[in-house]
Design a binder for this molecule. Structure first.
Ligand SMILES: O=P(O)(O)OC[C@H]1O[C@H](OP(=O)(O)OP(=O)(O)O)[C@H](O)[C@@H]1O
Ligand code: HPA
Ligand SMILES: [Mg+2]
Length: 189
């Protein structure tokens, strides 16, 4: 950790409070409870960003489900997608004939989600859907459905509630926008 990275030092403004995120989880959990009734979905968290949202979301889902994780990465140590997605750690479950629900913190260019959906479909899943906390729709580079999402977000780099900058700040309990000087501090270094 570096000096001067207390939350108040790095966040410019708050976008979604803990209450806002809780409301998203309640609404989405209700919808997923209806849509997956009678099914036994495999919920796949996209590591690492999705973990905070996933634990809150699934506790609002009154549906028996199983849990797995897939660690794919494209941002590396930066804040712009490299466009090259790789599986860092694969999931352990067999997805053949399963209803798979991918949980994401954010869909931005869409490259990560498209990669995961294609991979899971190719392995023979019965259905593959995604529930994301945030949908940065204006930044989409590929056509991919975000089947459920908590809120749209504009073209700003957001951190907190799982979302990171250089693998930091995931534990901020709300979603906020980084101060430009924090990004500047690390860019081209
Ligand atoms: O739509 P995209 O432009 O592909 O970006 C969205 C993806 O990027 C982030 O993950 P990252 O690769 O940074 O890994 P992380 O979840 O470990 O932070 C985020 O958690 C999404 O998975
Ligand atoms: O705005 C973002 N913040 C953090 N991680 C991200 N990955 C894609 N977009 C973002
Ligand atoms: Mg990230």
């Amino acid at each position: 950790m570096v000096k001067g990275d207390k939350i108040n030092d790095i966040i410019d403004h708050k976008l979604f409070s803990e209450d806002d995120i809780h409301e998203m989880c309640v609404r989405l959990g209700k919808q997923l409870t209806e849509d997956y009734a009678g099914k036994r979905p495999l919920v796949v968290g996209a590591l690492k960003g999705a973990i905070y949202f996933l634990t809150d979301l699934t506790r609002q889902m009154d549906v028996a489900h199983q849990l797995d994780f897939l660690d794919v990465s494209s941002y590396g140590d930066g804040f712009e997608s490299t466009g090259k997605i790789k599986v860092v750690t694969d999931m352990s479950a067999d997805v053949k004939d399963r209803d798979v629900l991918i949980v994401e913190d954010i869909v931005d260019t869409g490259l990560t989600l498209k990669f995961m959906k294609d991979l899971i479909k190719k392995r023979g899943a019965k259905s593959v859907k995604c529930c994301a906390m945030l949908n940065k729709e204006a930044c989409r580079e590929v056509d991919v459905d975000v089947d459920y999402y908590g809120s749209k977000v504009g073209n700003e780099f957001v951190v907190g509630f799982g979302l990171d900058f250089l693998n930091m700040y995931r534990n901020i309990p709300y979603v906020g926008v980084l101060k430009p000087e924090v990004i500047q501090k690390y860019v081209n270094k």
